[in-house]
Design a binder for this molecule. Structure first.
Ligand code: DQA
Length: 142
């Protein structure tokens, strides 16, 4: 079984991007951690990142068409703006788990709305790189 791990805008800068908020791990570090965990869980991960909203829509549709077991989605700032991503999640059968490194609810008011969360099966937020691993554990049990 394949689990897609989709990452949105600016997450390619992890490691140097506001490390006091997002931690010191790079996206490659997180990919490595997830690869190790995936092996233990007996699943495969397909990890991607894009700064473009439409790529995330395309990849959600692709994950569904490919029969993926689940999608882990950190949509970055599109979380708080994208009705297109919300609609894509609603349009497919594959379960989507919303993931965030930080806890958006204790940050700026404009981060308190999540269009992803309003369509996702569940959310893991606030635990840094561990948020991804916890979401992977959940997804592997689907
Ligand atoms: C984020 C939280 C978002 O509010 C922010 O725009 C990001 C990262 C997180 O993982 O904590 O880009 O999704």
């Amino acid at each position: 079984p394949v689990i897609y791990v989709l990452n949105g805008p600016n997450l390619n800068l992890l490691g140097t991007r506001e490390p006091e908020i997002y931690g010191a791990d790079t996206l490659d570090d997180i990919a490595g951690l997830l690869e190790d965990r995936a092996q233990e869980l007996g699943v495969e991960i397909e990890m991607r990142q894009s700064n473009h909203e439409g790529h995330l829509v395309d990849w959600i549709q692709e994950a569904n068409a490919e029969g993926a077991k689940a999608v882990l989605l950190n949509a970055g700032a599109y979380t708080h703006t994208s009705i297109a991503i919300h609609d894509a999640i609603k349009a497919v059968a594959v379960p989507v788990i919303e993931v965030h490194l930080s806890n958006p609810h204790k940050r700026d008011a404009f981060r308190h709305i999540s269009y992803v969360g309003q369509a996702a099966k569940g959310t893991v937020a606030g635990f840094g790189a561990l948020s991804y691993r916890l979401a992977l554990d959940a997804a592997a049990g689907f």
